[in-house]
Every structure is written in structure tokens, then in C-alpha cells.
Design a protein around this ligand. Structure first.
Ligand SMILES: Cc1cc2nc3c(=O)[nH]c(=O)nc-3n(C[C@H](O)[C@H](O)[C@H](O)COP(=O)(O)O)c2cc1C
Length: 190
């Protein structure tokens, strides 16, 4: 795919097809993630791809609680009951995504370090763009960490691999939303 098509065509996908994603494709998007730049080449990321039925269902088990705790924020941000319902239904079902990739900040002591957090963010962006290039959809989710479930997710999926930052759902899109309008005035040239 042309790079600009990837950049402008990618959308957050919240409904996925039943079709499974091969482990090979998952490895390819993870490999693209770790090619990201990072401050002083720390490579401060760790990713865990959740694909097995058992582990996927473990992760989904945390999503009901995530919704309950995250709901007040959704109500405040959206101020629209229908939008809250749609966002909530994605949180609790993950849109049927066959793969959930968990992103960690590898060293706990780096938690407050902006350079490291930006390094993980760069890797996550590589991952979502590479996935789109391969016909896959993604949605980055910080709702579970914002809802305070990071410690339990970390213990269950990647103990001793740092702090859980966000999840990325991955699968073949069943529904592609329209692009959200980008706000004006968010860059300048001086
Ligand atoms: C750091 C970050 C956290 C996000 N967290 C969530 C989330 O918890 N739930 C969700 O449905 N979408 C989440 N999103 C997706 C955004 O809502 C989405 O990127 C934004 O609305 C723009 O839409 P687009 O990705 O289709 O261009 C998140 C995106 C980012 C980058």
C-alpha cells in the first residue's frame, strides 16, 4: 500500500470479522512495532499478543469492570447516552477482536519518564500502521489502564515486564467508520 494511503486510510476499528489472524501476521506487526525510534535507543517497550481462547477470555473478564469504572469519564467526554452505550459495548466485547496486543513500559522505574512513554507510543503507532497495511484493523485502548486495572493485567499476562499502558485490538475489520474530523489550528510553522 502507498504510505499516504496507510496514513490517511487507517481508522480505529471497533467491530471485527470472525476470520482468525495468523500468528505469522501477528509477528510481522510486532516486528514493525519494535522498529520504532526511542530515546537513547532504550527500546522501552514490551508487547504481549493475546490469541489463545483461554487468555483472551481472561482479558475480556477485566473489561466489564473497566466499563463500570470508565463510564463516568465517557459520560463526561461524550455527554451523549447513545455514544456512551456504543463506547461501552466496545469496551465489554472488544468488538469480537481475535487478537489483543498488550503494550507495556518495560521498566517500572521508567513510569514517570516522558521519553520512555513516548517510545512506547511510537512503537504502538508503528504497529497500527503496519497492521492496516496488511489489511488488518486496530483500536488502541487506554480505558483499562485509566480504569485502574493495570496491575492485574500485568500480573496475569506479563509479570516482571513493566507497567501495562494500553491494549490494541487486532483483527479483520467488519465495519470501518468514517474519519473523525481533525481539529483546526493544531500545527504551525514559525
Ligand atoms: C492513546 C489512545 C487511547 C485510546 N483509547 C481508546 C479507548 O479506550 N477506547 C476506544 O474505543 N478508543 C480509544 N482510542 C481510539 C480513539 O478514540 C481514536 O483514535 C480517535 O477517535 C480517532 O479516530 P481514528 O483512530 O479512527 O482516526 C484511543 C486512541 C489512542 C491514541
Amino acid at each position: 500500500m502507498e504510505f499516504n494511503d496507510v496514513l490517511y486510510g487507517r481508522r480505529s476499528i471497533r467491530k471485527y470479522d470472525d476470520k482468525l489472524v495468523s500468528e505469522e501476521l501477528v509477528r510481522e506487526v510486532l516486528q514493525a512495532a519494535v522498529m520504532a525510534p526511542s530515546g537513547t535507543n532504550q527500546q522501552p517497550w514490551y508487547f504481549c499478543a493475546v490469541m489463545s481462547k483461554e487468555k483472551r477470555s481472561d482479558y475480556l473478564g477485566y473489561m466489564e469492570e473497566t466499563y463500570i469504572k470508565f463510564r463516568p469519564k465517557l459520560e463526561q467526554v461524550f455527554n451523549n447516552p447513545e455514544a456512551v452505550k456504543v463506547a461501552g459495548s466496545f469496551i465489554t466485547s472488544l468488538g469480537n477482536a481475535p487478537v489483543i496486543i498488550l503494550a507495556f513500559l518495560l521498566k517500572e522505574e521508567l513510569n514517570e519518564d516522558i521519553t520512555s512513554i513516548l517510545g512506547v507510543a511510537a512503537a504502538v503507532e508503528n504497529l497500527v500502521l503496519a497492521a492496516y497495511d496488511k489489511g488488518l484493523g486496530t483500536c488502541v485502548m487506554t480505558a483499562p489502564s485509566e480504569a485502574g486495572l493495570s496491575d492485574r493485567i500485568k500480573e496475569n499476562f506479563a509479570p516482571a515486564k513493566g507497567n501495562f499502558l494500553c491494549a490494541i485490538t487486532l483483527g479483520y475489520p467488519a465495519q470501518v467508520p468514517k474519519a473523525n474530523r481533525r481539529k483546526e489550528g493544531r500545527f504551525d510553522i514559525v
